[in-house]
Design a protein around this ligand. Structure first.
Ligand code: MG
Length: 155
């Protein structure tokens, strides 16, 4: 058994869709990035790559590569899952947390868990997504960005 950890943060800006865990969430701002900037999926990818000893997301999906422009990060997660299995590991569970002052994540949690599970082909019961605010503190609290952290177990 091996564990992996992932962390990511993206800036919130006007004029972008907000996509978290592959679910589009109605909100005045969206996350800025080369792909769809799905900060949660990026953290999950990094955790899986870390657990398998495969480096990090920037190594496999460079954000200067035109083929990843505006791509759904779930596509990257599916490819990541394939790489992890290619190294002989099976994914046991994914536990992630979103740090956001707004919007409310609760109504979209199940949908995100389902998306993540489908992307890496595991039981949705093995995927858990949580969310917290930072009590108004720092860049998250001021609504300048959203962050995510993830821990995974592979066997
Ligand atoms: Mg990212």
């Amino acid at each position: 058994m091996r564990t992996g950890i992932g962390y990511d943060v993206h800036r919130l800006v006007a004029g972008r869709k907000l996509v978290l865990g592959g679910t589009e969430i109605p909100y005045k701002n969206g996350l800025l990035g080369h792909s769809d900037a799905d900060v949660l999926v990026h953290a999950v990818c990094d955790a899986l790559l870390g657990a398998a000893g495969l480096g990090d997301i920037g190594l496999h999906f460079p954000d200067i590569d035109p083929k990843y422009k505006d791509i759904s990060s779930l596509t990257l997660l599916t490819q990541t899952g394939d790489m992890v299995r290619g190294k002989g590991f099976s994914i046991r569970n994914i536990d992630a947390i979103i740090f956001a002052e707004a919007p409310k994540i609760g109504p979209y949690r199940k949908s995100m868990q389902q998306n993540l599970a489908v992307a890496v082909n595991i039981d949705p019961a093995c995927v858990n997504v949580k969310a917290t605010t930072t009590e108004g503190l720092g860049i998250i609290g001021k609504g300048e960005g959203i962050a995510a952290m993830c821990v995974v177990l592979v066997e």
